[in-house]
Design a protein around this ligand. Structure first.
Ligand code: HEC
Length: 165
């Protein structure tokens, strides 16, 4: 009888606990800070000049340590001023890490690559880029709505932190 009762309690509790876990996991998966994180995380450089292909490899190796490459690839930054500023800002941030990912000597190559690539994908093929940009913003907006919905669900169910005193 006792075992039967435990079985019944477990049967009711399991989906509740699993549900809370699933909602929290899903919330974590949806938590990207920038809408451009949601786009593609690689560039087809097969038609770029060889030198740009080499620079692309450095960019891939160095700029994917703390966030995916999607952040750079789909951001609206395009001018040399913008890229120089950001790449140096990343370098300063990197200096505060235990293990350094960015090497000063390689940063010029990274900036040169990003400026060249921006000219091709974001300016010459600007219409396509703007359309994709809007798609990513819409997707981000939809994710945001889902995040709010999940958060409400989690709060209403009550987390251990909100129970007791
Ligand atoms: C040490 C970790 C680290 C490395 C390495 C790094 N980033 Fe970042 N990056 C961040 C963090 C953290 C943010 C978000 C906070 C911010 O922008 O200050 C960010 C944000 C960005 C953004 C978005 C900025 C915005 O406000 O729109 C771009 C673009 C970017 N990084 C490009 C790069 C490029 C290009 C490289 C390689 C040169 C790089 N990152 C390497 C940590 C890093």
């Amino acid at each position: 009888m006792k075992r039967f009762l435990i079985g019944i309690v477990a049967l009711f509790l399991t989906p509740v606990l699993a549900g809370a876990d699933a909602a929290e996991r899903r919330l974590r998966d949806l938590s990207v800070p920038f809408y451009y994180d949601l786009g593609p995380d690689s560039i087809d450089v097969s038609k770029y000049p060889e030198r740009r292909g080499e620079q692309y490899k450095i960019f891939v190796r160095r700029c994917s340590a703390c966030h995916t490459l999607a952040r750079s690839i789909n951001s609206t930054m395009r001018s040399r001023e913008e890229w120089s500023y950001y790449v140096h800002r990343m370098r300063i941030m990197d200096l505060s890490e235990k293990e350094h990912h960015l090497r000063r000597v390689e940063l010029k190559d990274v900036v040169d690559f990003l400026v060249y690539d921006s000219r091709i994908r974001k300016i010459k093929r600007g219409k396509e880029f703007v359309e994709n940009d809007q798609r990513l913003r819409d997707k981000f907006h939809a994710l945001h709505e889902e995040r709010v919905r999940l958060l409400r669900q989690i709060i209403e169910r009550g987390s251990p932190a909100s129970q007791g005193k």
